[in-house]
Design a protein around this ligand. Structure first.
Ligand SMILES: O=C(O)C1=C[C@@H](OP(=O)(O)O)[C@@H](O)[C@H](O)C1
Ligand SMILES: C=C(OP(=O)(O)O)C(=O)O
Length: 436
């Protein structure tokens, strides 16, 4: 894989002197790359992924798959995967996934197809992130899956006996929709058909992404219209793909669209379509459009034109389905001419950091009025935003979002800029292109 650039401890963002008018190429989607890696691993034979994301979150997935006996050869963003048809190397095996939620959840379910003992661990923050409802679902299917410390967080142990029973399972996926994705992806390899009854609220777009991708790879996942029940026939098999193209990362694209919104400029993201598989494309097509931006799909990609100065409107939105972009929205909200309220993202307090608290703390530091709610925030238009040093809490999205404020306000300094390596190692180079 390519080397991550070396960054200083702090990065000062220079304000733009004129509005951008440019096209940016963002890397491939994390969500799609890590799903495609699992589906390719489960398929029998060679698959080739094109425009795959090369970042920490996909590297830990690739390394873990290798430990499970799946050959993965990465040449830049072209990944060649030698699928083993659902056979994974017997335990004992130790997997380390740093702070990649998708890797932790998807691999936990994959290990349930193995034989023996698998131990999955991550960095300190990963040891605080919730996994209990995924473990509970696997237990219902005859797998001895548990948290080593008894706190529903990693390290996780999966003791498997080569048989995932299948049958009827109840699952709560409120803490993370990734639990359901993880289970659905391995479901065709169970002994019996699987019916999942979803209890509690489900953030649907990531699960829809899973279902749409499974269909591309030859597996049907049926869902009731209300998305409270999913059904997977056992015995289906993923078909290896000769050239599976990974869409540009829509969450990563949100920063560049937001830059256009902030500056009255125009930014296109190459290759992204308004009907992308990824729900986060709605940040542009719905949220920015509601704030007064013009959003248009063109031959070169999806393009956002920001409104003239002073005309960006605040929005009141349930951001639960696209919560990774709630931080992007928080960064541009102080520049709007009315307050912005984000609701229903309580789960994001258990992601890379407590994202609600981080947003509120860092915006307050810059003199922005913000009210913290248990499930979101209200951000008020700011007459003046102060310079300041942003704590990024090892959260790539805090770093990428707050850098946007620096495009308008002098003296914004981002601590630990290297944390973007989780999903977007060349973020700062892409950001620089806005100055050209
Ligand atoms: O399935 C996925 O690819 C993802 C689901 C979401 O997680 P949660 O459902 O845990 O919020 C999102 O935040 C994450 O970045 C990627
Ligand atoms: C929440 C995120 O990632 P994950 O859950 O995959 O670690 C993210 O990328 O914002």
């Amino acid at each position: 894989m390519t080397e991550t650039p070396v960054y200083p401890e702090k990065l000062t963002i220079e304000p733009l002197v004129r509005s951008p008018d440019t096209t940016i190429t963002v890397p491939g989607s994390k969500s799609i790359t890590n799903r495609a890696l699992i589906m390719a691993a489960l398929a029998e034979g060679r698959s080739v992924l094109l425009n795959a994301l090369e970042s920490e979150d996909t590297e830990v997935m690739v390394e873990s798959l290798r430990r499970l006996g799946v050959g993965v050869h990465a040449e830049g963003n072209r990944f060649v995967v030698e699928g083993t048809g659902g056979q994974i190397a017997p335990g004992p095996k130790e997997l380390f996934v740093a702070n990649s939620g998708t890797s932790m959840r998807f691999l936990t379910a994959l290990c349930a197809l193995g034989v023996g003992r698998y131990r999955l661990d991550g960095v300190e923050r990963m040891r605080q992130r919730p996994q209990g409802d995924l473990l509970a679902a696997l237990q219902q299917m005859g797998i001895n899956a548990y948290s080593e410390r008894g706190n529903d967080s990693p390290p996780l142990i999966v003791e498997a006996n080569g048989v995932l029973a299948g049958g009827r399972v109840k699952m709560n996926a409120e803490a993370s929709s990734q639990f359901l994705t993880a289970l659905l992806m391995v479901a065709p390899y169970a002994l019996k058909d699987i019916t999942v009854d979803v209890t509690g609220a489900l953030r649907p777009f990531y699960v829809e992404l899973t279902c749409r991708m499974a269909a591309q790879w030859g597996v049907t996942i049926d869902a009731e219209p209300d998305k409270q029940r999913f059904y997977v026939r056992h015995g289906q098999r993923y078909k290896p793909q000769q050239a599976y193209y990974v869409e540009p990362d829509a969450s990563g694209a949100s920063y560049f669209f937001a830059a256009a919104a902030l500056t009255g400029g125009q930014v296109c993201v190459a290759g992204l379509k308004s009907d992308a598989l990824q729900g986060d494309v709605r940040f542009a097509t719905e949220v920015l459009a509601a704030m007064g931006c013009a959003v248009e799909e063109r031959a070169e990609g999806l393009c956002v034109q920001g409104p003239p100065p002073g005309l960006l409107r605040g929005v009141v939105r349930d951001m639960s389905a696209i919560s990774d972009t709630a931080l992007t929205l928080a960064a541009i909200a102080p520049f709007a001419n009315s307050p912005t309220t984000v609701s229903n993202i309580a789960h994001s307090r258990y992601q890379e950091c407590d994202r609600i608290h981080a947003v509120c703390t860092e915006l307050s530091k810059l003199g922005v009025r913000v009210d913290e709610h248990f499930d979101g925030y209200t951000i008020w238009p700011a007459e003046k935003i102060l310079p300041g040093e942003i704590e990024t809490y090892r959260d790539h999205r805090v770093a990428m979002s707050f850098a946007l404020i620096g495009l308008r306000v002098p003296g914004i300094v981002i601590r630990d800029p290297a944390c973007v390596a989780k999903t977007f190692p060349n973020y700062w180079q892409c950001l620089e292109q806005l100055y050209t």
